[in-house]
Design a protein around this ligand. Structure first.
Ligand code: ARG
Length: 461
């Protein structure tokens, strides 16, 4: 069955029919399509296009289809073009053409598909945000498991300065909470009701659009019918938010692939999220994290793909836009499953605090603390930087670590050093000079952790 055809003498070629069909993927939208049609039927009742009896029949049939659509076989033997056609086809079989054909009054598949995707995506965004709060909760728990542990903070993948373990995890807490907000922003743009726009010029029937919006839980209605037919910005907004979430997941995955490997070795992952090698018996590979990192690339591709699909489209609807759906569904799948996977990885992750501390102490990660101390004593910072640089050079040449210096040798090395500055050879001492808000000092971090807990409770609502 087709929703068009009167104007044609010949039917579509078999190849075009196959080429243009979208049912095998847009059937994902079946439930929202049915809900949209129910709301539309109520709108048609109010303006007298449907009688009360007709409306009741339509709605009960559409409701029944909602139940059936989740069962296997609902789409079997269906040669229809898309999900919208299947619904009308089945309505015709059950109610007869005279009634079924009325449901599409004042509606186009252009505003219908916009409605369907908005309804569907709104729910997916809510799931994604819910999963993100789980991940944020696990990050906080992992921080609380080692509240005082010191790890090397890196720049250029070189040991840079000591930081507290919770401080490191809170950096990801910030990223993922921004993602949670960003998905919320995208949701606001998704949550606008397009029905009533018709094909492009607005419906010819005075359906109460606000009532339809209220019925379907939308916050407002779209303002311009041409914009509706042409617009996929709300998908791009969502995909942008999804992309940044995947970017953050991928960077955390990359960190932990490194930190849990032999070369870093100060973190570990649980057996449940690692896999072995078919040949090398000793291997324990971080495949869960590698898959997250890999899926990020796939999700970025979908976003770029949609931008390119949209960039040259003349106003308003063009069939190119059907190509938005498979990548969107895939982005949602990859996003939700990656957040879920990351949450389990965080739950199983362990820190090896002694090895992390040893990595700090074997390097000159305290160098900045010493330079800061000289600067606090009045030496201009650049001069302090140079003195400590010379100290590090001397140490490297002599094969000495920071801990092998003492108050005596330090003051002997340069008169600007005072005996009390030797305390900073212990990384913990330097940490407490960084209690500035946002810094890695123990009090600052304890405060940030407590605040993160409160923020998370607010996010969970
Ligand atoms: N399957 C189409 C899509 O996803 C639905 C809209 C069809 N509209 C049309 N004018 N052919 O975009």
């Amino acid at each position: 069955m087709k929703l068009w055809g009167g104007r044609f003498e010949g039917g579509p070629s078999e190849v075009f029919d196959r080429f243009g069909r979208s049912l095998h993927f847009d059937k994902t939208l079946i439930d929202v399509d049915l809900r949209g049609s129910i709301a539309h039927a109520k709108g048609l009742l109010k303006i007298g296009i449907l009688s009360a009896e007709e409306c009741t029949k339509l709605i009960s049939t559409l409701e029944a289809m909602r139940g059936e659509a989740s069962q296997r076989g609902f789409f079997d033997n269906s040669a229809d073009e898309d999900v919208h056609t299947v619904v009308i086809h089945k309505l015709k079989e059950r109610l007869g053409a005279d009634l079924a054909d009325k449901i599409h009054t004042g509606r186009s598949r252009n505003d219908q598909v916009s409605l369907d995707v908005r309804l569907w995506l709104r729910e997916q965004i809510d799931s994604g945000r819910g999963l993100l709060t789980e991940l944020l909760g696990e990050l906080l728990q992992l921080a609380h498991r080692y509240p005082d542990a010191i790890i090397p903070g890196y720049t250029h993948t070189r040991r840079a300065q000591p930081v507290l373990w919770p401080h490191y995890l809170l950096a990801y807490f910030e990223m993922f909470s921004r993602d949670w907000e960003r998905l919320g922003d995208a949701r606001r743009r998704v949550n606008v009701m397009p029905l009533g726009s018709g094909a492009l010029a607005g419906s010819g029937f005075p359906v109460d659009r606000d009532a339809v919006a209220a019925e379907l839980g939308f916050a407002s209605v779209t303002r311009n019918s041409m914009d509706v037919s042409a617009d996929r910005d709300f998908l791009l907004d969502f995909e942008h938010a999804a992309n940044l979430t995947m970017l953050h997941l991928s960077r955390m995955a990359e960190d932990w692939i490194l930190y849990t490997g032999e070369e870093f070795g100060w973190m570990d992952l649980g057996d449940g999220v690692t896999s072995g090698s078919s040949m090398m018996p000793q291997k324990r590979n971080p495949d869960s994290l590698e898959l997250i990192r890999g899926k990020a690339g796939r999700v970025f591709g979908a976003y770029i793909g949609l931008l390119v699909t949209m960039k040259g489209l003349p106003m308003t609807y063009n069939r190119d836009m059907q190509e938005d759906k498979q990548p969107l569904f895939d982005v949602v799948d990859q996003l939700l499953s990656s957040i879920e996977m990351a949450t389990v990885v965080v739950r199983t992750a362990t820190l090896k605090p002694e090895i992390a501390l040893a990595a700090v102490e074997q390097s000159w990660a305290v160098a900045t603390d010493l330079a800061d101390a000289l600067a606090r004593s009045g030496m201009p910072f650049h001069q302090a930087h140079k003195v400590v640089g010379q100290l590090v050079l001397e140490s490297v040449k002599a094969g000495k670590t920071a801990r092998q210096w003492s108050a005596e040798t330090l003051t002997a090395f340069h008169p600007a050093f005072t005996a009390d500055m030797a305390a900073l050879l212990d990384p913990r001492a330097g940490l407490s000079t960084r209690n500035i808000r946002g810094g890695t000092g123990p009090q600052a971090v304890a405060g940030a952790l407590a605040e993160a807990g409160i923020r998370l409770r607010e996010m969970r609502g």
